[in-house]
Design a binder for this molecule. Structure first.
Ligand SMILES: Nc1nc2c(c(=O)[nH]1)N[C@H]1C(S)=C(S)[C@@H](COP(=O)(O)O)O[C@H]1N2
Ligand SMILES: [Mo]
Length: 356
């Protein structure tokens, strides 16, 4: 009998729900900064839509001077750009909140990244002639279904403030890692909104509408809102920019190690500026030392990897922590900002190991 070599053993997605499909990336086994689409997390509100590519047109309408219909060929012909962007579900790490909150119980893997290529949304909006007084841009997906809390059928749709919609790096993407975007991730066209939690990056774009008011669809007036209180909606505010955050990828939580040298490693990311430092504690937060942060791009739309060499001579249980800070001096808090729907968890990342 022969056994497979270790190198042929591949990770799988971690299943949270099958219908609709919600699976997370086994982030602790991800080695590089370009996640293969098969290991990209999948987050869906509804079943996958059925599309006809042979007759695909992208309408831009609403508060514009010249409503347009773009063909696939039109869109592929416009000047494009390719950007490395992390997509993080705002529910990432939800299962760490105390007290517990309802919703998809994501662990630390509702996050992935790779290279997205597309045309700036701005290009298409300018060709349609945005009228003075435009406030938001609504992007609608082809997928639809029922919600548990409202009557009727809803498509997945959300708006962006006009400034974010016109940002040159907000793109209509059609390639992921040099290949057409896989169907499950939004083929043929998907919005990519760098620095915002990924609910903004609408998949399977059906139409784009410019409006002169504030949009209040359920995916931004009910969901993707921070509710600081358990029993009422006071002081609610929308989920937008990604919080500064980090995740320890190795060692694993509750792993048993020998005394000696170990490389602690992980990733750090932020929705504002770049990561400026990552501090590691191996003594439950008593003392902190700088991790070595890998080279990062000037624009911090992706995550950075970091490592820390740990030499441990004494047996015992150790609590290891990672704390990232960004160039806006935002830092991971000791305790998370609890909110009723469990968004934006970014407390200091913690694991425990046993050395024997
Ligand atoms: N059309 C559509 N777009 C969508 C969603 C969706 O359900 N339908 N989910 C959003 C959410 S909450 C997240 S976290 C990301 C997930 O993208 P992925 O499945 O490609 O990882 O897509 C966003 N865009
Ligand atoms: Mo999400």
């Amino acid at each position: 009998m022969t056994y497979p070599l270790n190198s042929s053993v591949k990770p799988y997605l971690i299943t949270r729900r099958l219908h609709p499909e919600n699976q997370e990336t086994p982030i602790q086994f991800i080695k590089n900064d370009k996640i293969d689409h098969q290991l990209f997390y999948r987050r869906n509100h509804f079943s996958y839509p059925v599309l006809s590519y042979s007759n695909y047109w992208l309408p831009i309408n609403g508060f514009v001077t010249t409503p347009r219909l773009f063909s696939m060929q039109d869109i592929l012909r416009f000047p494009s750009k390719t950007i490395k962007v992390v997509l993080e579900c705002s529910g990432n790490k939800r299962n760490l909140f105390e007290p517990k909150v309802f919703g998809e119980q994501w662990g630390k893997g509702a996050i992935s990244q790779g290279y997205w290529k597309g045309v700036p949304l701005r290009t298409l909006l300018e060709l349609s002639g945005i009228r003075k007084g435009a406030i938001e841009v609504v992007v609608e997906g082809y997928d639809f279904g029922k919600r548990t809390d409202l009557d009727g059928i809803y498509t997945y749709l959300r708006s962006l403030p006009i400034e974010k919609a016109l940002h040159p790096d907000t793109i209509i993407a059609y390639e992921y890692n040099d290949q057409p975007i896989p169907f499950k991730h939004g083929h043929p066209f998907r919005l990519i909104v760098p620095q915002w939690y990924a609910m903004a990056s609408v998949k399977w774009i059906k139409q784009i509408s410019v409006i002169d008011s504030n949009f209040t669809g359920p995916f931004q007036s009910i969901d993707y809102v921070y509710y600081p209180n358990k029993d009422n909606n006071k002081n609610a505010f929308p989920v937008t920019t990604i919080n500064v955050n980090s995740t320890i990828q190795s060692p694993l939580d509750l792993e048993v190690l020998n005394t000696g040298n170990h490389l602690i490693k992980g990733i750090a990311w932020t929705g504002r500026g770049v990561i400026s430092k990552v501090k590691i504690s191996t003594d439950n937060g008593e003392s902190w030392a700088n991790a070595k942060v890998d080279h990062q791009d000037k624009i911090g739309y992706g995550w950075v990897s970091w490592t820390y060499e740990w030499s441990v001579l004494e047996k015992g249980e150790y609590t290891i922590m990672a704390k990232a800070t960004d160039s806006y001096n935002r830092t991971q808090p000791a305790s998370p900002f609890w909110n009723r729907k469990g968004y934006g968890y970014n407390a200091i990342d913690i694991i425990t190991v046993k050395v024997e």
